[in-house]
Design a binder for this molecule. Structure first.
Ligand code: ZN
Ligand code: FE
Length: 253
């Protein structure tokens, strides 16, 4: 869909991250060491487009990282493992969908091509949802917990939990890049502009997201600083305020 290489591949730290757009609006993130080609796929589903992207770029996929059990994030596990064999690292809840080689939770460390990530437990979208924070690379993979200018639905948790997840992510350094599981930015920006019509940063970002989507571009990753300035769920005053916003968003058109 006409995505230029520059926009899809963002280099920071030592590793490169590229998007494989799949299903309606999911992104599978490929974390690659450009020197060795060693790659981890975050939330691969389905199998084929991920294997095709890996082959087309000549990468060596050795690991799968899952943020939560939902099939649009784990549905490729089985097929990828069967095709090329790889280590699946995931929260225990992902075992509903496929075998997991290493179950991880809060404080566990995961290494991708020599770069270390720490696992965070961030329940609410699902009860076992996790994030992978690569501190030295300045990036975090948050699945369906935070989106650009938005947040995930509360399927298996509370507004209090999700609000504290927002605060935890927003407390990271401002230049940390946030890799989300879906392309929801434009719809989220419209809601943000409805909630904060006077916020010029929101207005600017709504225009930008519109232009990027018109051009067939990916709007991610976002950054912690951008979310602090424009994400109404991050900017909520407290968990009660957050809960009201989350309910309003559920029915916003
Ligand atoms: Zn999900
Ligand atoms: Fe999802």
């Amino acid at each position: 869909m006409g995505l230029d290489a520059e926009h899809r591949g963002v280099v920071m730290g030592r590793l490169t991250v590229t998007a494989v757009p799949v299903l309606n609006d999911n992104y599978v993130w490929l974390i690659t060491d450009p020197d060795s080609g060693e790659t981890a796929a975050v939330d691969p589903s389905p199998t084929e487009p991920v294997l095709e992207a890996v082959a087309a770029q000549g990468l060596r996929l050795t690991q799968v990282l899952n943020t939560h059990w939902h099939p649009d994030h784990t549905g490729g596990n089985r097929g990828i493992k069967a095709a090329i064999g790889c280590t699946i690292i995931a929260p225990a809840e992902a075992e509903r969908v496929s075998k997991v080689d290493r179950v991880v939770s809060e404080g566990d460390r995961v290494t991708v091509a020599g770069a270390e990530a720490v696992v965070w437990d961030i329940p609410a979208h699902t009860a076992g949802h996790i994030a992978f924070y690569f501190e030295n690379e300045g990036m975090i993979f948050v699945g369906d917990t935070m989106f650009a200018m938005g947040c995930g639905r509360l399927f298996e948790g509370t507004a209090e939990q999700m609000y504290s997840n927002m605060q935890r992510i927003a407390d990271l350094p401002g230049d940390v890049r946030i890799y989300c599981g879906h392309e929801y930015t434009l719809a989220n920006a419209r809601f943000a502009a409805h909630v904060e019509p006077e916020n010029e940063e929101v207005t600017r970002r709504l225009k930008q997201a519109f232009a990027e989507r018109e051009a067939g571009q990916i709007t991610l990753p976002t950054t912690v600083a951008e979310e602090r300035a424009t994400n109404p769920f991050v900017r909520a005053k407290n968990s009660q305020d957050f809960a009201e916003l989350r309910t309003a968003k559920d029915s916003f058109r």
